[in-house]
Design a protein around this ligand. Structure first.
Ligand code: 0RQ
Length: 494
């Protein structure tokens, strides 16, 4: 007998109290709750129309779909949000100062909650594929921070999604690292090593409601990589082959690939290269390009915290679930992004930047210094601990009006101390071991768009003459001229 109250989404939404901290499942649009957040948004709109105040704090694994982040933002239901988002309505609400946003390293979020640095969610709303009477919970397309939220929240609302049947059973590894002092090592030294159970055990008395659903994650179908992404991917694969030939790169190191087109293009290029040996992924988001690797017999295994599938990929996965799921492990993001494991495995990381500066700093989160795009995500968890780290981006954005290579980044996510290799469609700059001025010359020559090289060189030469120190010669009076020109004229071009 199913012992938990079965509720409609509207009934479950009524259980949320004003100003509550709500922890939801979901990571880059994989495995987020859909029905209850939408009902909560509707309830908020009704309350606001009656002049009543109602807002919540929303914590998650990473970004959730429009039915959660978007609906709640449009209803003005969010007071404080952490640690990552990618929704246009929520982004606008953050950038106009309506929503407080804490942009955090994704591998740290669960630990911040577990150690009390961030408050513990009082209610968890988690999408699951199964729950047993004794409180064993099976998660859906992501693990994220769901283990932490399920274990620590006082009350749990489950969205029991029947869309997947038992296709995902056994895919999760719900282990959490021990906390200091004297924490034991995380027992993962190979991509497909398991450390815990495939379910989360909680006290069943905490489950205050189960809402039945059967709707998939709203993920856009895979699109063929464009020419620029393919060129960037080509530079990366050529460089890796070169490093291997020189004996500087062991075989069989796992890859982490970030979100977006360029990351997908690298995996796609690997899948289509007849000379490519099978690869393994130790990453955060396993993107849909992984299925082409599988079809071409080029995937050893993939570990992540989320598996993002459009409806086509979902059907493909479900049709052959027993065979396919042996290739995947979904872990808590405290483990998928843990420095200890990333270093032990020797991960090769590949993340997308918004802008790179000539001295080696990277901005992946803020436009012109002040407007959030998505967040730092897990990029630094990986790039700081990777054996080899790539930051990649098209050399220009917005029809060439923005140069991705700038004198100084307008926001710093990754410092020159921890960046290795920059890649644009123009070329690749291996920055390892170079002093700042040599880095600057290489980045301008190899990565900047030809239209922007002259003004970057003028800046560097002016800086070499005018900066007080010559170690990192940055002329402070001109460091942001390109950004300021863009803000006042709509283009960085002179
Ligand atoms: O704008 O959407 O209006 O066209 O930024 O850029 O080129 O479509 O690239 O989707 O891969 O996103 C860095 C945002 C890139 C992403 C970022 C504009 C550009 C476009 C998106 P439009 P593209 P992508 C693991 C790794 C941080 C987290 C991370 C990201 C839009 O990769 O969020 O790495 N990374 N996580 O036109 C102004 C610039 C711009 C610019 C591009 N310099 N100034 N706008 N754009 N460069 C995964 C997780 O952690 C979850």
């Amino acid at each position: 007998m199913f012992p938990f109250p079965q509720l409609s989404a509207a009934e479950a939404a009524e259980l949320i109290r004003p100003n509550e901290i709500v922890g939801v499942s979901g990571f880059t649009l994989a495995g987020y709750p859909k029905a209850v957040p939408q009902a909560l948004a509707e309830r908020t709109e009704r309350l606001h129309a009656n002049g009543e105040e109602f807002q919540i704090t929303l914590f998650s694994g990473a970004s959730t779909g429009d039915e959660c982040d978007g609906a709640l933002a449009r209803a003005h239901a969010i007071h404080w949000r952490a640690p990552y988002q990618s929704n246009k309505n929520l982004r606008s609400a953050i950038n106009c100062g309506e929503v407080h946003y804490t942009d955090a390293h994704l591998g740290m979020m669960g630990r911040l909650v577990r150690t009390g640095a961030l408050p513990t969610p009082t209610t968890a709303i988690i999408e699951v594929t199964d729950v047993t009477a004794d409180g064993k919970i099976r998660l859906s397309m992501s693990c994220g921070n769901s283990v932490e939220f399920l274990q620590r929240a006082d009350r749990v609302i489950l969205e029991l999604n029947s869309l997947y049947g038992d296709a995902l059973f056994g895919m999760h590894d719900c282990y959490l690292p021990e906390l200091p002092p004297h924490a034991s090592p995380i027992p993962v030294s190979q991509v497909l090593d398991r450390a815990g159970n495939d379910f989360v055990q909680i006290d069943p008395k905490k489950i205050v409601g189960v809402v039945r659903t059967n709707v998939g994650d709203s993920i856009r179908p895979f699109t063929e990589p464009d020419a620029i992404s393919q060129t960037i991917a080509g530079h990366i694969l050529e460089f890796l082959a070169h490093e291997r030939k020189k004996g500087r790169l062991p075989a069989n190191l796992p890859y982490q690939s970030g979100v977006g087109n360029v990351a997908n293009a690298v995996l796609t290029a690997m899948a289509r290269d007849s000379k490519q040996e099978p690869v393994s992924l130790f990453t955060e988001v396993i993107q849909e390009a992984v299925f082409e690797l599988i079809q071409n017999d080029k995937l050893v295994g993939a570990s992540g915290t989320a598996l993002t599938c459009s409806s086509n990929a979902r059907e493909y996965l479900k049709a052959d679930a027993n065979a396919l799921k042996k290739k995947f492990i979904l872990r808590a993001q405290e483990v998928s992004n843990h420095p200890e494991v990333i270093r032990r495995l020797g991960v090769i990381s590949m993340n997308t930047a918004l802008e790179l500066d000539i001295f080696g700093n990277v901005n992946s989160s803020h436009v012109c210094g002040s407007s959030i795009m998505n967040g730092i995500g897990g990029a630094a968890d990986f790039s700081r601990n990777a054996l080899l780290g790539f930051f990649m981006t098209p050399s220009t954005a917005k029809d060439g009006t923005i140069s991705a290579v700038v004198p100084y980044v307008s926001h710093v996510d990754h410092t020159d101390h921890e960046t290795n290799i920059f890649v644009t469609e123009q070329g690749l700059a291996d920055l390892r071991g170079l002093d700042p001025v040599s880095r600057a010359r290489l980045i301008i020559d190899r990565c900047a768009h030809p239209a922007y090289r002259p003004q970057l060189n003028v800046f560097l030469n002016y800086s070499l003459n005018s900066a007080k120190g010559k170690h990192i010669p940055i002329a402070l009076d001109r460091a942001f001229n390109m950004h300021l020109r863009f803000l006042s004229t709509g283009t960085m071009a002179e």
